[in-house]
Design a protein around this ligand. Structure first.
Ligand code: IPM
Ligand code: MG
Length: 350
């Protein structure tokens, strides 16, 4: 039987709670392959245990894994530490060191939740798009960067090769979907965006079947809310993708439902897009579905398509049967662990 080596980095806040539910669901799968889990500290938990948000054994463990399942990082306790000790630094360094350049964030609507969005049902019905966010460059990593008392600066920098790599990823993904790529940028102001347009147009020549369009990011942020069904693959740089993906989570009803994959040539990491939510940590009320869906994306990446679709079908069935976590229904809700129990038991039924 095939064995996959999974590095589990649950991190801080609700990270541990939501990861435990994803593991519960993975354990409940029929035994058609083995998953070997190894846990490592990251973020604030890494700082507390090893004085480092990305301890060496965590980085090595992640590098040597077949896939990484990641929870969430951050919290007040570590906010005032210097930059290289902050939890976020651990995640950014992990992405960079592992070369996880393609961040894939699917925006999907569950039929059972069509009336749970802040947006009208008629606006969101039929929405199904993916944000492909460049994850290892841009203003997040650009040098020079500095902060002084009265002045601070960051640099948005992209090379042609970096843009080409993520553009190819987006076009390949579009080929398996509705064959549309919308490149989101700020080419009316930023030189980096002008280069993005040039490179993305060049790459598109190898994909005749894919329709390419461009939107300025300010306009795109409005279009995502007023007409989300127009999109298939949104291709964008690091910071724009960060912002647009939180915005897009409104469509599905809760950020607690949005999963992501971060893909590199050698490694892949799967995580919910939400943060560590310290305000609700330890209360067993978080929504574990984003992490469970991330685990399903992980199985798909590993080629275990049957297991992956059985998790997705189980989630669909649990939602169809009316179960909701507190983020979706403040009056009548089940706990985080109950939601995990339900998906785990439905996995064997669907
Ligand atoms: C995300 C998060 C991270 C990011 C933070 C925690 C560094 O917001 O994955 O979207 O900005 O990339
Ligand atoms: Mg974000």
């Amino acid at each position: 039987m095939k064995t996959y080596n999974i590095a589990v980095l649950s991190g801080d806040g609700i990270g541990e709670e939501v990861i435990n539910e994803a593991l519960k669901v993975l354990y409940s799968l029929p035994k058609e392959f083995n998953l070997e889990f190894k846990r490592y500290a990251v973020g604030g938990a890494g700082v507390d245990r090893f004085g480092d948000p990305l301890p060496k054994e965590t980085l090595d463990g992640a590098k040597n894994s077949d896939a990484i399942l990641f929870g969430a990082i951050g919290g007040k306790k570590w906010d005032s530490l210097e930059k290289h000790l902050r939890p976020e630094y651990g995640l950014l360094k992990l992405r960079k060191e592992l070369g996880l350049y393609a961040n894939v964030r699917p925006i999907k609507i569950y039929n059972a939740l069509l009336d749970y969005s802040h947006l009208k049902r008629k606006t969101i019905e039929g929405s199904d798009f993916v944000i492909v966010r460049e994850l290892t460059s841009g203003i997040y990593f650009g040098e020079p960067r500095a902060k002084f008392d009265n002045r601070a600066y960051n640099t948005m920098v992209y090379t042609k090769d970096e843009i080409k790599q993520i553009a190819i990823y987006a076009f390949n993904l579009a080929m398996q979907r509705k064959k549309k790529v919308c490149c989101v940028d700020k080419a009316n102001v930023l030189e980096t965006s002008v280069l993005w347009r040039e490179v993305v147009s060049e790459v598109s020549k190898d994909y005749n079947e894919v329709e390419l369009s461009f939107l300025y990011v300010d306009n795109a942020s409005m279009q995502i809310i007023v007409n989300p069904t127009q999109f298939d693959v949104i291709l964008t740089e690091n910071l724009f993708g960060d912002i647009l993906s939180d915005e897009a989570s409104v469509i599905g009803g809760s950020i607690g439902l949005l999963a992501s994959a971060s893909i590199g040539d050698k490694n892949a990491l799967f995580e919910p897009i939400h943060g560590s939510a310290p305000d609700i940590a330890g209360q067993n009320i978080a929504n574990p579905l984003a992490t469970i869906i991330s685990a399903a994306m992980m199985l798909e990446h590993l080629g275990e398509f049957k297991a992956s679709s059985s998790i997705n079908a189980a989630i669909e069935a649990v939602l169809n049967d009316g179960y909701r976590t507190k983020d979706l229904d403040n009056n009548s809700f089940c706990s985080c662990s109950k939601m995990g129990d339900l998906v785990a038991s439905y996995v064997t039924k669907v």
